[in-house]
Ligand binder design. Structure first.
Ligand code: ARG
Length: 467
């Protein structure tokens, strides 16, 4: 059915129907569309636009549609252009003439904007819950890592030893910013566009404040033109998911490196690795690689939507239909990536011997030698040069650095002791640093942060479920 028979002499060309149809993907909005329609019907009833009996009939028909959709018995018709058309058609079949009143004072323009906000609110809250599950895994593995340490890198060159827990928590804090962003985006999108009509509002006594409250929104739109054309919230969601995807990609890249024979820092569990169809010896980090690969697609979804939006005049334009597929896709991709990567971290085996071997190289404590000299009164730049010269001497003459340090009048035994395996990492004592005491404090702060975020996300997920 089309929703505009009155004005048109003949039906739509087949190719136009094929080109414009959105049902294959927007049927994902069926549930929120029903929620929005019920609020709209109650709004119509409130000011007598439809009678109390009609309200009951419409709500009853919408309930039946809900059941049919839930049980899979809802029959979509070949010419249902989108989910809104399909539901309105079925309501009319069920409620007869009263069904024709469902769309009073409403346009699909404010309807789709409402649906998509309701859907995004739920979806982003669910993603935040999934992010927190991954943070929990990282925390648990960090706790369990105890005193394990590995080289920290800059420029992918070994720089200073860091606790494994510190390294894992670094990802945990990046994810905390993702949770924060998701929460902020949900708060910002939590505004109802319902009642904006096609673009200008209505001559009927609609009550946008009432329907906003019914739907658990914080308030209603301020400007009807803006309400139907605003897709900032989709762009923000896609950005949040892209940056989250970038974090997951970097974690994936690290697992690829660490599980290689060259690093040998970890072995992936068989259940979270894949084999090669040709090379029998291979065990491949495909989950980590896909986590890395998905980021490209997520960023593509974001840039695609921004380009769609950039030239649009006010207010609603059909281009906006292009917002849904990237949004649905990014949510789905990020959700599975989070769960798969969580499994990888949960089950990976660390090889502390290899990490230690790499972290205990002579150079790893070079800055500790310089800082030792600073503690004994030498200006840092001078101490840096002195230790640098010792390192160079050691490399050029193939003499162990510890021997040179021991023989040096200003370093001696105390200096050489700093080069003993496992000592350097214990000396990172400053707040937020990589040594055991600082990391224990950091971990306690991380636990507190998770508690706070769990409450914030739980509240939002609760509100999102209300509608
Ligand atoms: N499928 C459309 C969309 O996603 C629904 C709104 C259609 N509005 C219209 N004026 N054709 O944007």
């Amino acid at each position: 059915m089309t929703l505009w028979q009155g004005r048109f002499g003949e039906g739509m060309a087949e190719v136009v129907a094929e080109f414009t149809v959105s049902l294959p993907f927007d049927r994902a909005l069926a549930e929120v569309d029903l929620v929005g329609s019920k609020a709209h019907v109650r709004g119509l009833g409130r000011h007598g636009i439809v009678s109390p009996e009609e309200v009951d009939q419409l709500l009853g028909a919408l309930d039946v549609v809900g059941q049919e959709l839930a049980t899979g018995s809802f029959a979509f018709a070949p010419d249902d252009e989108d989910v809104h058309t399909a539901i309105e058609r079925r309501v009319t079949e069920l409620a007869g003439d009263v069904g024709a009143k469902l769309h009073t004072g409403r346009s699909r323009n404010d309807q789709i904007a409402t649906d998509l906000r309701l859907w995004s609110r739920r979806a982003l809250a669910a993603i935040a819950v999934d992010v927190m599950a991954l943070q929990d895994v990282l925390l648990h593995r960090a706790r369990e890592a105890g005193d394990m340490y590995l080289p920290g890198y800059t420029h992918l060159q070994r720089a200073q030893p860091v606790l494994l827990a510190h390294h894992l928590l670094a990802h945990g804090w990046a994810l905390a910013r993702d949770v924060d962003r998701l929460v902020a985006s949900i708060e910002r999108l939590n505004i109802s566009p319902l009642g904006a009509g096609a673009l200008a509002g209505s001559s009927l006594p609609l009550d946008p404040d009432f329907v906003a409250e019914e739907l658990g929104f914080l308030g209603r739109f301020e400007n009807s033109l803006d309400a139907v054309s605003d897709r900032d919230f989709v762009a923000e969601a896609l950005f949040d998911l892209s940056l989250l995807g970038v974090h997951l990609s970097r974690m994936g890249e690290e697992l690829v490196l660490w599980s290689s024979e060259e690093f040998g820092f970890c072995t992936l569990d068989d259940a979270y690795a894949t084999g090669s169809s040709m090379l029998p010896q291979k065990k491949n980090p495909d989950v980590a690689e896909l986590a890395r690969g998905k980021a490209g697609r997520l960023i593509g979804n974001l840039t695609g939507l921004l380009v769609t939006l950039k030239g649009l005049p006010l207010s609603y334009n059909r281009d906006l239909q292009e917002d849904k597929e990237p949004l649905f896709d990014s949510v789905r991709q990020v959700s599975t990536t989070l769960r798969a990567l969580g499994g990888v971290y949960e089950t990976v085996t660390w090889h502390h011997d290899r990490m230690q071997e790499a972290a205990d190289g002579a150079g790893a404590a070079a800055v500790d030698l310089a800082e030792y000299l600073v503690e004994h009164g030498m200006p840092f730049r001078q101490a840096h040069a002195l230790v640098g010269a010792l390192v160079r001497d050691s490399l050029e003459r193939h003499v162990p650095l510890s021997e040179l340090v021991e023989a040096h009048p200003e370093l001696g035994d105390a200096g050489a002791a700093l080069l003993e395996p496992g000592v350097a990492v214990t000396r990172r004592t400053t707040p937020g640093g990589a040594g055991p005491k600082a990391v224990a404090e950091q971990m306690a702060r991380f636990v507190r942060r998770l508690d706070v975020d769990r409450t914030r996300v739980g509240l939002l997920a609760g509100t999102a479920d209300l509608a």
